[in-house]
Design a protein around this ligand. Structure first.
Ligand code: HEM
Length: 533
């Protein structure tokens, strides 16, 4: 006791105290400054500062800043985001090497504080946010089977119904081209209602003002921001988690999400009990005595289905429509219509597109949209379960990897004139210089490798059908008022550049119906075909 008192008085004596305090501060800084993975040898590192690392330098637009850094530091480099070491890959070939050549090692996902600990504390994780384990494997397999090519073909009546509903509403709301429209809400409903019908057999019955549509869209958008790799500094700097009230917003949105997720599942369970349910993915799992999925796993598939296509499908659709309204977009529409008419001279494309994808230029338009607009500029993060070699560097297991899909999509060593919107780059025609892009991996819009998007067949069919029907029904024109014009740049058009998925700034387009009588007939035929839904 006497000894510890004398140590205390020595430490607090005026000559020793300043040095003691400095030593304490140094020790605390050393602890706070530690990273999950030590500096990796033989891999360029972006110079940063203690504790924050490079977090502050990455600013509001990580994809752009990292793209700039890659010009000086090379395609792959390490950064420190607070206490995490992250590998950024920024070119087409470096992504291919890490994500595809090393796909068995790069199979897991890191956990981030805001999303995994706060937002997901009750309803669990989606498939796309789950680290790789037995449960993730089972859920991914169940969802992938329900979203494979033949399964998606059987869902085409739903896409027929939803595409018709949205285009009909746009036709009426634009009063035959007099009123310019923001296409966002129409295609958000298209994507969400399709996913809900597939998963729960429940569709959004109302128009674009529907309450459930608005609530799910708003909550999922905010939740997507909590998933963002750049939005939440508390994910990287643990000290910030102590900030009073810091988790209030994530918790509020967790609760709001829980309300509709449980409501949807309970509605389905009730319908199964009454024998009034429609065939659907969660229903199949709930009714299958062989299915070995727990209630939490069924909830996880539901969460995945609700959220996965909600920003991504409409983001691509509406930004392509934005482009079509531009002066160059007028030429693209003319070319697309000519190609459609060539394949379908009898005016039956509206119906035939449900069974086949026979217009290569439209398939190319879908691919170019996914590349050009890069709606997930920094792909969902990965972590490696085994060491990965990059040049002379060995990246240890457990390191986080961020794919800069935006930079890879605008990599001029892979794409000719990447800043031009040019569907022809994906038309398999040898006269086009980078037609090679149409073979192999065309783009990273759906990610790459072992945890690539499993909804890509569904999304491709949703995009192809909507584009074909839109272009055959309407001329997409610039808005009458210049201030309503969309911004034709994948980064500048984003109202929240820190969000995980592109959140387009509002804009409007004009829609002039090509032939009202023909479009009315197509709508009527679709409504007749899908009246059982
Ligand atoms: C145009 C629309 C879509 C885009 C651009 C898109 C994009 C992506 C991307 C970039 C990833 C991460 C892949 C990776 O890490 O390599 C992903 C994962 C995923 N997507 Fe999509 N997606 C779309 C639509 C959908 C739809 C409609 C569904 C299902 C209804 C879906 C289900 C999933 C799932 C389950 C994962 C996680 C896969 C895993 O972690 O193993 N996606 N998506």
């Amino acid at each position: 006791m006497a000894q510890s008192q004398s140590v205390l008085s020595l430490l607090t004596s005026p000559t020793v105290l300043p040095f003691f305090l400095l030593a304490v501060i140094y020790a605390v800084l050393k602890v706070l400054d530690r990273t999950d993975i030590p500096k990796i040898k033989n891999l360029p590192e972006i110079p940063g500062i203690p504790i924050l690392g490079n977090l502050h330098q990455l600013g509001l637009n990580h994809a752009k800043v990292a793209q700039e850094w890659s010009k000086k530091y090379g395609p792959v480099f390490q950064v420190r985001m607070g206490n995490r070491r992250i590998i950024f890959a920024n070119t087409f070939d470096s992504v291919k090497n890490l994500w595809i050549t090393n796909q068995s090692a790069l199979i897991s996902r890191p956990m981030l504080h805001t999303f995994h600990t706060v937002v997901s504390s009750s309803e669990g994780f989606t498939i796309g946010t789950s680290p790789w384990d037995e449960s993730c494997k089972v859920r991914r397999k169940a969802a992938a089977t329900a979203l494979n090519r033949p399964a998606v073909q059987s869902y085409m009546p739903i896409i027929d119904y939803e595409a018709t509903k949205s285009l009909k509403e746009m036709l009426l709301d634009s009063t035959d081209g007099e009123v310019d429209l923001d296409p966002n809400a129409y295609f958000t409903r298209y994507a969400l209602s399709t996913s809900l019908t597939l998963n729960y057999g429940i569709k959004i019955e109302g128009n674009v003002e529907d309450g459930m549509l608005k609530e799910i869209t708003h909550v999922e958008r905010i939740v997507s921001n909590f998933r963002s790799t750049s939005n939440n500094w508390a994910d990287y700097v643990p000290l910030l988690r102590l900030k009073p009230g810091g988790t209030a917003k994530p918790q509020e949105y967790r609760k709001r999400r829980a309300v509709y997720m449980h409501k949807l599942l309970n509605m389905l369970k009730e319908r199964i009990a009454n024998g009034t349910d429609q065939p659907c993915i969660s229903g199949n799992v709930l009714k299958d005595p062989e299915a070995k999925l727990t209630d939490d796993e069924v909830m996880s598939i539901g969460l995945t289905m609700v959220s996965a296509g909600l920003d991504t499908v409409p983001g691509n659709l509406i930004m392509c429509i934005a482009y079509l309204s531009s002066p160059h977009g007028q030429d693209i529409q003319k070319r697309a219509l000519a190609e459609i008419n060539k394949v379908y001279p009898n005016n039956d494309a509206w119906e035939r597109c449900l069974h086949e994808e026979k217009v290569p230029y439209l398939t190319a338009l879908v691919k170019e949209t996914l590349r050009f607009w890069s709606v997930i500029p920094i792909c969902l993060p990965r972590t490696n379960t085994k060491p990965i070699k990059w040049g002379d560097a060995v990246i240890p297991a457990g390191t986080s990897f961020y794919m800069n899909a935006y930079a890879a999509h605008y990599d001029d060593t892979h794409f000719k004139s990447p800043y031009d919107f040019n569907p022809d780059r994906y038309v398999a025609d040898d006269s086009v210089d980078d037609a090679a892009a149409s073979r192999g991996t065309p783009h990273y819009g759906y990610g790459a490798g072992s945890r690539m998007c499993i909804g890509s067949h569904l999304a491709n069919r949703e995009l192809y059908t909507a584009f074909l029907r839109l272009i055959t029904a309407f001329e997409v024109l610039p808005p009458k008022d210049k201030k309503d014009e969309a911004i034709m740049d994948a980064m500048e058009c984003n109202q929240y550049p820190t969000s995980l998925t592109l959140d387009p700034k509002p804009f409007k387009v004009g829609l002039r119906v090509r032939d009202r009588a023909v479009v009315d007939r197509w709508i009527q035929e679709s409504e007749e075909r899908t009246k059982h839904l």
